[in-house]
Design a protein around this ligand. Structure first.
Ligand code: DGL
Length: 283
């Protein structure tokens, strides 16, 4: 697997002048557990950084929502979360939320914001056949943001897109320790392979932060000779750059917060602990 280093929209709001409280967390936000794939890389880059992981499970899945619904949820929640937790930086670890609402959220919040967008640029550099597959949510694949990335970085290549909500469910299930539905994986691979030119795909962009959680299963379905690319490492590097020189002092265990009703299953808690999220709560 390779990771995107360059195509995420990684300019951010200017760093505020006031000194940063060493206990101030980095807030990592997604609709569900997909953002953990980004958190994993952030941990490697910044092991001392206090983290709050926030999952809008009450709004999951974002991929089947309208642009207005996603924008309203993301802006509203991040507004309330930044007020309550005073993060030093917000990472929107969600392609759907970023491709729809990144610009708008940056306009209203004063904290630096790093988003996540499809890794089309590195995929275009990697492909040898010139045919790239892109798996995202239904909302992500129709965004003008993706059209612009394609025009800018993949002109002259063929980019075949597929919206795969079944993979979001598969990733959530896998994290709960449940069986991944092989039909969801096979369907996603077939949907790209069956498009004109699909038999020549050699590079697949995982344009949803949930999908690296099922990369192994996808790799089996696509077969040898297909490489996968996503943005997690590049995002972590960007966060490290934007927080360079800042001090960290973790004063409490890192937390995962969920907006959804109901108890967080034990299987989930076990996995979250493996990502260093030792406390679990509601937002
Ligand atoms: N993890 C999200 C993404 O990167 C979206 C999953 C969903 O809520 O549909 O697009």
């Amino acid at each position: 697997m390779a990771s995107d280093t360059t195509s995420a929209p990684q300019t951010a709001n200017p760093t505020p002048c006031a000194p940063i409280d060493p206990a101030s967390p980095i807030l990592v936000f997604d609709s569900g557990v997909g953002g953990l794939t980004v958190l994993e890389e952030v941990r490697k880059a910044l092991p001392e950084a206090p983290i709050i992981y926030a999952a809008d499970t009450a709004g999951l899945p974002y991929g089947s929502k309208t642009e207005a619904q996603v924008a309203a949820r993301v802006a509203g929640l991040l507004g309330r979360m930044t007020e309550r937790f005073r993060p030093r930086l917000v990472c929107i670890a969600c392609n759907t939320a970023s491709t729809i609402a990144l610009g708008m959220v940056r306009e209203v919040l004063e904290v630096p914001i790093v988003g996540t967008v499809p890794a089309i640029k590195p995929a275009a550099a990697m492909t040898r056949t010139g045919v790239i597959g892109l798996l995202g949510t239904e909302a992500t694949i129709r965004q003008a943001y993706v059209d612009r990335l394609e025009q800018e970085f993949a002109a002259g290549k063929r980019l075949l897109r597929h919206g795969a909500p079944g993979l979001v469910e598969a990733a959530e299930a896998k994290l709960r320790g449940e069986r991944v539905d092989p039909a969801a994986i096979a369907h996603a691979a077939d949907a790209l392979r069956s498009q004109p030119g699909g038999d020549r795909i050699d590079t697949v962009v995982l344009a949803c932060t949930h999908f690296p959680l099922v990369e192994e299963e996808l790799a089996q379905a696509f077969g040898p000779g297909v490489r996968f690319v996503h943005g997690a490492q590049g995002i972590a590097r960007q966060i490290a750059r934007l927080t360079q020189g800042q001090e960290y002092a973790r004063q409490a265990p890192d937390r995962a917060l969920f907006t959804g009703a109901g108890d967080v299953p034990d299987a989930y808690r076990t996995k979250l602990a493996q990502y260093g999220l030792l406390e679990v709560g509601k937002f």
